[in-house]
Design a protein around this ligand. Structure first.
Ligand SMILES: *[C@@H]1O[C@H](CO)[C@@H](O)[C@H](O)[C@H]1NC(C)=O
Ligand SMILES: *[C@@H]1O[C@H](CO)[C@@H](O)[C@H](O)[C@H]1NC(C)=O
Ligand SMILES: *[C@@H]1O[C@H](CO)[C@@H](O)[C@H](O)[C@H]1NC(C)=O
Ligand SMILES: *[C@@H]1O[C@H](CO)[C@@H](O)[C@H](O)[C@H]1NC(C)=O
Length: 350
């Protein structure tokens, strides 16, 4: 009798798991996460010699990957590329379920990527730096929680009453190293990773902020067809062909535009699907939204499939922040991603 009950319990869990759990408010009713394996590795990078003794070397400037493989995986790997912290993909603002667990539950292999010098890949070939610069107040505005510090947008998808949630959001950051040199360093390693097969052969990049620029440049540097899609949540930075009349970004060029030869740019047009997704309260004159429309038009001009999606205007999701996949309505944002993956036939099982 006890065994029978046990079998029934398991069966009902499996049945519940047939549907993607988008509506389960009660964690107890969600499909469990069952992993075949998890782990991590470094990839890319170089070995440099000591100027004092060539027999002494340093292996450095590699990227770092942590991976999670579901028991019955789909073919598509979701490579999550944060801008300021892996944490944004791990939990919702209030500590609830993030995209990592949401998509593991839906049987997608998940890879958390950190480029050279960032996060757990901080074993650098160059001297690195961290200069404290009192940026909590600037984070608040940059992440579009409101127009000024602690002036929340009405209906913003953040638990505004929770000081703890705000504290978690603003402190779980890494140094980003925003410069074109650093973008090149990170994308050299990312392209090696993409082409290695170690992230699978059907890669979908999910990126936030400055990681969007990095994923676009990675696709330009990759020599395989492993990259099947790029979904950029609020990309700060775009890649353009050098003949389109777009000017390279000024100075160290932290957020683009980055210009590449037209033949290389056309690699973006060969990626089956690209989405530039924007949260709420972004006017068309916002420089990066404007650039996303220009970049999508150019990708499509060369035969590609890129679209700009405004979560509020086009999809009816109000109050999305700069990091929509960590927002309180991230299940709805996740459902839109499921739809995108289905439409582009990226939801098949192995
Ligand atoms: C480096 O190694 C080589 C071969 O073992 C040795 O002959 C040489 O003396 C070493 N150089 C230094 C600076 O230690
Ligand atoms: C590393 O240091 C060299 C020498 O100072 C510099 O030219 C290069 O731009 C640095 N690389 C990055 C990615 O910062
Ligand atoms: C792609 O091919 C070019 C030309 O052979 C090469 O320079 C580059 O390193 C390759 N990229 C990767 C990621 O291997
Ligand atoms: C977008 O940028 C282009 C080129 O800089 C400019 O001509 C256009 O007016 C901008 N569009 C909006 C809506 O600001």
């Amino acid at each position: 009798m006890f065994n029978l009950l046990g079998v029934r319990f398991l069966l009902s869990l499996q049945l519940a798991g047939l549907a993607i759990q988008t509506d389960a408010k009660d964690a107890g009713h969600r499909k469990p996460i069952i992993l075949r394996e998890s782990g991590g590795f470094t990839i890319g990078g170089k070995v440099i010699q000591s100027p004092l003794n060539p027999n002494m070397t340093l292996s450095c400037d590699h990227g770092y990957v942590e991976y999670f493989t579901p028991w019955t995986p789909r073919k598509t790997s979701l490579v999550m590329w944060h801008s300021s912290s892996t944490q944004t993909f791990q939990n919702r603002w209030d500590g609830g379920e993030g995209f990592k667990d949401m998509f593991l539950r839906a049987d997608y292999p998940v890879y958390l990527w950190e480029g050279p010098r960032v996060g757990r890949a901080n074993w650098a070939c160059n001297a690195t730096f961290y200069v404290p610069d009192y940026r909590d107040q600037a984070n608040f505005v940059a992440w579009n929680f409101g127009p000024a510090f602690k002036q929340w947008w009405p209906g913003v998808q953040f638990p505004t009453e929770s000081e703890e949630a705000w504290q978690q959001a603003t402190s779980s950051r890494y140094v980003e190293y925003d410069s074109e040199a650093s973008v090149n360093l990170e994308t050299d390693a990312a392209a090696v990773a993409a082409d290695s097969g170690k992230l699978g052969t059907d890669i979908v990049y999910l990126t936030n902020s400055a990681a969007g620029l990095r994923a676009q440049l990675t696709a330009v540097k990759s020599n395989t067809t492993n990259i099947k899609a790029i979904v950029c949540y609020e990309s700060f930075g775009f890649v353009f062909p050098d003949d389109a009349g777009v000017k390279r970004g000024a100075g160290a060029n932290p957020f683009g535009p980055i210009l590449v030869p037209l033949e290389d740019f056309k690699k973006l047009a060969r990626i089956p699907a690209i989405q530039f997704v924007w949260g709420d309260h972004r006017d068309e004159s916002f420089i990066f939204l404007n650039q996303s429309r220009q970049a999508a038009a150019l990708i499509n001009k060369y035969g590609g499939n890129a679209e700009v999606v405004l979560l509020a205007k086009d999809k009816g999701l109000k109050g999305s922040t700069h990091i929509a996949f960590a927002d309180m309505d991230n299940r709805k944002v996740g459902e839109l991603l499921h739809e995108f993956l289905r439409e582009n036939e990226l939801d098949d099982y192995e």
